[in-house]
Write a protein of this length. Structure first.
Length: 271
């Protein structure tokens, strides 16, 4: 792209429309200057015409953007739209990907690494905390011994997302499965898909999850996105003590040599 004011040659994805509708309808009109809040509203959030006015385009033009046949856009407009819709980091990156085919941040470095040999000493050094290394599709590539005690299902299922959504026992081990585990996991999958739309393995994983889980399909329709789970505090039950709930904090790291990898450390918190 030669400049922010020039229209992109990249075709705007038809997947953009439902997201734009979701983002504008969650806004609170009273908190946005210039919006008339005196009249009765039939729907939540902002109207298409209000978003158009705030971004400086015609209402008919914006309505077409939310349709299945959107027109090309400029980077300047995309930046204004992200501000108007109050998008967070993950959502802004998705907007850029679906409209311009690029990310607003520099591409993350990706490279081949010897996951088994290079990262195993790091994972072992994190004892007694369970820890593992996963790739873009959440395949567990390496782990330390405590993780096998906490998650004995590893011997049958090496993909974290498939376990969460397609294995019934996940709902027993993962406390508050729907809100604390399933919803954030799908939001991360959406972000990964938007930033790695050329990954057939990722597309296949998401299709498998959506086909196999009605709950996943309902959550996917909410169009939520998030970058990572670093710092999340959640609860789970260990298979060896199914009647006892423990509280954990998830710590996430990415090696500079390959940001598509993630090292996860599970820290047990004091009761």
């Amino acid at each position: 792209m030669s400049g922010k004011h020039h229209m992109s040659d990249h075709p705007v994805s038809p997947e953009l429309g439902p997201l734009l509708k979701h983002w504008r309808e969650r806004l609170e009109p009273r908190r946005i200057p210039g919006i008339n809040t005196s009249r009765r509203r039939l729907r939540p959030g902002l109207t298409q015409d209000e978003v158009a006015s705030l971004t400086g385009v015609a209402g008919s033009w914006y309505r077409q953007l939310e349709s299945r046949h959107p027109r090309p856009v400029s980077e300047q407009f995309v930046e204004r739209l992200a501000l108007v819709l109050r998008l967070d980091e993950a959502e802004r990156m998705i907007l850029y990907r679906l409209t311009l085919g690029q990310t607003p941040l520099p591409d993350m470095p990706r490279g081949d690494v010897d996951t088994g040999g290079k990262f195993q000493p790091f994972l072992d050094a994190l004892l007694p905390n369970p820890a593992f290394l996963s790739n873009l599709c959440w395949d567990i590539l390496a782990h330390n011994h405590p993780l096998e005690t906490w998650f004995p299902w590893l011997s049958d299922e090496r993909n974290l997302m498939r376990f969460v959504f397609l294995h019934p026992e996940a709902r027993e081990y993962l406390v508050n499965w729907h809100t604390d585990w399933a919803a954030p996991s799908l939001a991360q999958l959406r972000f990964s898909l938007a930033t790695h739309c050329d990954s057939q393995d990722l597309v296949q994983l998401i299709d498998e999850i959506l086909e196999g889980s009605e709950e996943a399909r309902k959550l996917w329709a909410m169009n939520e996105a998030r970058v990572h789970s670093d710092g999340d505090v959640r609860r789970l039950r260990l298979p060896a003590h199914p009647d006892e709930e423990i509280q954990i904090r998830i710590m996430s790291f990415a090696p500079l040599s390959n940001w598509d990898l993630r090292a996860i450390v599970i820290v047990r918190l004091s009761p």
